[in-house]
Write a protein that binds this ligand. Structure first.
Ligand SMILES: [Zn+2]
Length: 327
């Protein structure tokens, strides 16, 4: 479901006062390039989405990621400077579900009509993986719309880490984004659909590779730092026993930590998967308690991170880490 952000002149004017040299009225330098640059300008919240869009759009798009490498989308505060980037965008793509809703703050001052796409909207009716302890996804069910209300998105708690399932990216997320790009600019449709086909082939190969790798694991249960891996686990037959953070972005309570240690012992878990975007302190404490170890998964990746600088390389990296811990 597309939504439009409308020009909010008052907010924009206020923002301009706080931005030195706010150049929404374009000045000399960049004007010439802008005129010849017909690429669709896309702004995304997280790197995996940016790379998926780059694969589909190829040379026809310019994609910018707002979340810096190493930051967590759950706790991120966008900067005023990022409003400038958003102001130039034709299309804003974010995950939704409470993960990166901060992008909407920037979109509301975008300065022109911009198409805003929430990836979670593509997944309406999709059966969400059942949540392990420490994940609230199964506490409130997906809205069933039986009451006939006209409503275009999910409600309540659910898990937004949908991109960690490459098969879902291939079947649903990538094609939906391709449709949106083609709808935005019909003259690029055939090239976008061609790119999509190639990308879907790569995603299928990745999916088969992960399926084969995971099949060789001797252990299936693990503890994750936060709820990033439920879709991956659900797709490939792994089991998230618990997440260290009961709620993404929130410090776990002492009570929950002692329950975690119990759960780990009960399920014979010896690996805690932490993440580069989050502190490993608590993971190390639990690992010491259960005589296990901590390995680092990365749900986000980023440009310039060797081995994690494309969506496909990122998922391959994570599969290797899972393999280290569970084989
Ligand atoms: Zn997350």
């Amino acid at each position: 479901m597309l939504r439009k952000a409308f020009f909010l002149s008052i907010i924009l004017t206020m923002l301009c006062f706080s931005l030195q040299g706010c150049s929404l009225h374009k000045e000399a330098g960049p004007l010439k390039t802008d005129l010849i640059d017909s690429r669709v300008k896309i702004v995304t919240s997280i790197f995996p989405l940016a790379d998926i869009l780059q694969n589909i759009g190829g040379e026809l798009v310019e994609v910018t990621t707002l979340l810096p490498a190493g930051a967590s989308p759950h706790t991120y505060e966008p900067t005023v400077e990022q409003a400038r980037t958003v102001a130039r965008a034709d299309l804003i793509v974010y995950v939704g579900g409470g993960l990166d809703d901060w992008i909407l703050k920037l979109a509301s001052v975008a300065g022109k009509e911009v198409v805003i796409v929430e990836v979670m909207d593509f997944l309406e009716g999709f059966v969400l993986p059942s949540g392990p302890a420490g994940m609230p996804a199964d506490e409130e069910e997906v809205h069933d719309h039986e009451d006939g209300e006209d409503d275009d998105h999910f409600h309540g708690f659910y898990d937004p880490h949908v991109w960690t399932d490459p098969f879902l990216v291939k079947e649903k997320i990538a094609p939906s984004l391709a449709e949106i790009l083609a709808g935005l600019k019909p003259e690029i449709k055939s090239e976008v659909m061609h790119n999509l086909e190639i990308f879907q082939g790569e995603l299928q190969a990745l999916h088969e590779e992960i399926t084969a790798t995971v099949r060789s694991f001797t252990r299936k249960h693990f503890i994750a730092y936060h709820s990033a891996w439920n879709y991956y686990a659900s797709r490939y037959g792994l089991k998230v026993v618990a997440n260290v953070e009961e709620f993404p972005g929130k410090e776990p309570s002492a009570k929950w930590l002692s329950e975690l240690v119990e759960l780990a012992r009960e399920h014979n878990v010896s690996i805690i998967f932490a993440e580069p975007q989050l502190s490993n302190k608590v993971a190390n404490v639990i690992a010491a308690e259960i005589d296990g170890k901590v390995l680092i998964l990365d749900p986000l990746g980023g440009k310039g991170l060797t081995g994690r600088d494309s969506y496909i390389r990122l998922m391959r990296y994570n599969t290797e880490i899972f393999q280290k811990g569970l084989q």
